[in-house]
Write a protein that binds this ligand. Structure first.
Ligand SMILES: [Zn+2]
Length: 336
């Protein structure tokens, strides 16, 4: 597929397109950056560009036989190496945590072969931070001097977890998180409604994967409960309602889920502050409930919002010490 069909990271697109059209891709690549920003898709698009039969200014056509085979993972010269040992050339074994030395040795060996059907063999090694020293060492020579007809691409969210000798042999491409509007545009292309695309994009933290996977129904339920709590703080300050909110928030649930609640509350507080500062509705994450937020913002003093936000920070800081969550929630709400 042409690089333009991928989301974000324009600088890297430009760089790769130019390098392909000038045949300057020789060095092994390290694609680094947060999860869910499309690093793997960039690697596949590059493999296509290097093997496309109708290349135009560095971009693959996405239509020719090699392009289609690569997209379907059926091209003999393009391989993805995963730590789950899904490589059919590696004996079936239970999922391993690390990339195995058998996998890296095989890859180093195959990189020496000429392409079977295309112009360039491409090896994409995903989750490269799971290379242990021994496996990493077996790749050094190939990374440093790959044959002209082979390209190795390592992908990782944690480039500094890789040993120096690997990093120094690769050209590192640093991927930036996606902007909310880039994600929103992409989701609209996937036929999401404008409201949904906007909310998902704003909750995504810059990751397209997260934007797609967020369970919006669950989020809306959780948000509704948090809004009710904020409404109580703003209008009645009924201590019974607040205590039951504290009990609900502090109940025994997975730590992840508890953190998600607190994060959602932080985002709501951010929206309230923006309304207080008279920022446009456009700047709100939860724009779809702007009426409720405006009423709360009209009644809840700025100092209370800030005390709540500080309280959440304290709880996050103390979480590793296994605090009593319900008491922490009570303290946070009483202080607000
Ligand atoms: Zn093509």
């Amino acid at each position: 597929m042409p690089f333009d069909t991928l989301i974000g990271n324009k600088r890297i697109k430009k760089l790769l397109r130019r390098a392909v059209s000038e045949s300057r891709i020789g060095q092994s690549l390290l694609m680094a950056g947060p999860r869910g920003v499309g690093k793997y898709q960039f690697a596949v698009a590059l493999a296509q560009a290097l093997n496309c039969e109708q290349l135009t200014s560095g971009d693959a056509c996405g239509q020719c036989m090699p392009c289609r085979k690569i997209a379907r993972h059926e091209h003999a010269d393009v391989r993805t190496i995963l730590r789950e040992s899904q490589d059919p050339l590696v004996k079936k074994e239970p999922r391993s945590q690390f990339i195995k030395i058998e996998q890296t040795r095989l890859m180093a060996e195959q990189a020496q072969f000429r392409p079977y059907e295309g112009r360039r063999r491409v090896f994409i090694l995903d989750d490269a931070e799971w290379l242990r020293r021994e496996a990493a060492n077996s790749l050094l020579k190939t990374l440093e001097e790959p044959p002209e007809t082979s390209l190795i691409i390592l992908i990782t969210p944690k480039p500094f977890a890789l040993i120096d000798t690997i990093r120094s042999r690769c050209l590192m491409l640093s991927f930036a998180p996606l902007t909310a509007s880039e994600i929103e545009q992409h989701l609209l292309g996937l036929k999401k409604t404008p409201d949904e695309a906007r909310l998902r994009a704003r909750l995504s933290g810059g990751s397209i994967g997260r934007a797609i996977e967020i369970d919006l129904a669950e989020y809306r339920d959780m948000r509704n409960m948090l809004l009710e709590m904020l409404e109580t703080l703003a209008f009645s300050r009924s201590s019974t309602t607040l205590m039951s909110a504290a009990e609900y928030l502090g109940r025994k649930i997975e730590k992840d889920e508890f953190e998600r609640h607190l994060e959602a509350l932080t985002v709501l507080l951010g929206d309230l502050l923006r309304l207080k500062l008279r920022d446009g509705a456009d700047s709100l994450t939860n724009e779809d409930v702007i009426d409720r937020l405006e009423r709360i913002a009209g009644a809840l003093p700025e100092a209370s919002i800030i005390r709540l936000a500080d309280g959440i920070e304290d709880v996050f800081r103390d979480l590793p010490r296994n605090i009593n969550r319900q008491l922490a929630m009570e303290a946070m709400l009483i202080r607000a």
